[in-house]
Design a binder for this molecule. Structure first.
Ligand code: UDP
Length: 244
C-alpha cells in the first residue's frame, strides 16, 4: 500500500491535464489508473494487479476522495480529486481539437452505442477507430484489433482489475496511445447513468450518491473502505514518511 501512495500523482487536475495533453500531442504512450480505496485494496488482494499499480508504466491519479483524504493524513500534500469521468471529457475535447483517434472497449451494447453517437455528434473531428461492447467479444481479440488500428486514445470500461490487467498485457506491444481503465464512465458519459448532482460532487459526496442509487454496492464499498481505513491507520502508526 505504501508504494501506491509513493507513486500517486500529486499535482492538481490542471497540471495533470497539461501532461496528458502533451502526451496526446506527441503520441507519447501513457497508462493511467484512476484510483479509489477499492483500487488500492484490490492491489493488496490481487498480486498481478498490485504489480500493475507499482509498475513504472502506470500513473495513478486520485479519483476517489478516500484516496485524497488518506494521502493527506499520511502527510502527502494532495489538493483535489482527478476523476476518470472528467479526464475522459477533457480528452474527448482535446482529441476533437487535435483530430485524434479513439478506441473504446466495454459497457453494455446500448450504452456504448449511445456514447458513440454522442461522440460523433459533439466531437465530430474525433476519428473513432474502433469500438466493442464489453459482453460480446473476447478480450484478446479486441486488443489485437486495437493494436492494428493504432489509436491515440484507448478507453477500457470493464471494471477493476480486469481493465487494467488487460491494458497491461498489451501496453508494451502498442506503439502509442493513452490507455485508461475507466470503469463505469461510459454509463455516465452516455447519459445512461446520472452522475451525482453538482452539490454531491462539490462536497466530495459522490460516493454516497452512488451507494444510494445502487445499494448493491454497499457491501463491496463497506468491506474495502473499512479495511482501507484500518491499513492507513497502521501505516500512520508505523511512522512512515513520504517525500514532500
Ligand atoms: N462491464 C463490461 N463487461 C463485463 C462486466 C462489466 O463491459 O463483463 C462494464 C459494465 O457494463 C460497466 C463497467 O464495466 O460499464 C464497470 O463499471 P463499474 O462502475 O462497476 O466499475 P468500477 O469503476 O466500479 O470498477
Amino acid at each position: 500500500m505504501q508504494k501506491y501512495f509513493e507513486k500517486l500523482y500529486r499535482e492538481n487536475s490542471t497540471e495533470f491535464y497539461k501532461v496528458v495533453c502533451k502526451d496526446l500531442q506527441n503520441s507519447q504512450k501513457a497508462f493511467i489508473i484512476t484510483a479509489n480505496p477499492e483500487t488500492f485494496m484490490m492491489g493488496q488482494e490481487n498480486k498481478n494487479f498490485g504489480k500493475v499499480l507499482e509498475s513504472k508504466n502506470t500513473i495513478i491519479i486520485p479519483d476517489g476522495i478516500g484516496i485524497v483524504k488518506a494521502a493527506n493524513s499520511l502527510g502527502i500534500p494532495l489538493t483535489e480529486r482527478i476523476t476518470g469521468v472528467d479526464l475522459v471529457s477533457y480528452l474527448l475535447n482535446q482529441a476533437n481539437q487535435m483530430k485524434k483517434s479513439i478506441f473504446l472497449y466495454g459497457a453494455k451494447n446500448e450504452v456504448l452505442t449511445t456514447f458513440i453517437n454522442k461522440i460523433k455528434l459533439e466531437y465530430p473531428d474525433i476519428n473513432i477507430s474502433g469500438y466493442y461492447d464489453g459482453y460480446s467479444s473476447k478480450d484478446d481479440d479486441v486488443m489485437e484489433d486495437m493494436l492494428k488500428l493504432k489509436p491515440d486514445i484507448i478507453l477500457v470500461a470493464l471494471g477493476i482489475p480486469r481493465q487494467e490487467l488487460l491494458i497491461n498485457k498489451y501496453y508494451d506491444k502498442a506503439q502509442k496511445g493513452i490507455f485508461i481503465g475507466v470503469g463505469g464512465s461510459f454509463d455516465v458519459l452516455s447519459g445512461t447513468k446520472k452522475r451525482a448532482p453538482k452539490f454531491f460532487v462539490k462536497c466530495n459526496l459522490e460516493w454516497l450518491y452512488r451507494i444510494v442509487k445502487e445499494p448493491s454496492r454497499i457491501k463491496r464499498f463497506y468491506r474495502s473502505n473499512v479495511r482501507f481505513i484500518k491499513i492507513i491507520h497502521k501505516l500512520k502508526k508505523s511512522g512512515v514518511t513520504f517525500e514532500k
